[in-house]
Design a protein around this ligand. Sequence first.
Ligand code: FES
Length: 232
Amino acid sequence: MSDVTHGTDHVGTGCPTCDAAGGRLAASGPRLATVKLQARGEDFRIVQLRGQLLVCAQQHGSCCCGWDDKGRMPFDPQALWGDEWERRKIRNRLHLTFTGCLGPCAVGNNALLVLHGRSIWLKDLNQPDLASVVYDWIESMLAAGRILPPPERLKDHVYERFLPPPDHAYEPLVSMAEAFGDGLDRLDPVCLMEVDLRTARHTAEYAGRIIAFCAPSCRKQFLADPSAYLNA
Ligand code: FES
């Protein structure tokens, strides 16, 4: 653990973490892709992801998915989807959300995968082993950086619910060009919570820089496999 205090007050000390040109953290090395947003008059940094998996679940307000008496496979969302999501260490690339009704109730259990800018609908997830198959497919697409055809086991579970987009180029709704930090100067890379590098009690040195954590458990997880938590 380190008791070094990094940030604007640490400029000019020869620290490899803080550069000499105005207190900005070094631009090279490990980082998290983040976007700076304002809410309620405050600045926040939100990690930019590759995608999000939304799973319709009875415990979160579904009307059919997960209902045994309606012929769907009952499941514990955390045990079936959450624990494996954590185990695979993909939190900073893919967010997992349990939802109420997604719409196509008749073909539930349903999930919606948004990945690499595409919406992928999954239906009839009524065998517990399908969760692992879905995650295997997601991980292969994260590694490839593009959408891949579904594996044989999922071919009958994937369908197109949305009409194709109009034929024109992608247009961002707002400009996100503003540069700032590298994410790791303000975020715990494991849980993605805000943490102040200058005052953090739990830190570790990695690739020539100091990384802060909210708790010893996050620090321990990071040190066991740092590359799993750095997405850019
Ligand atoms: S209850 Fe799951 S899609 Fe409607």
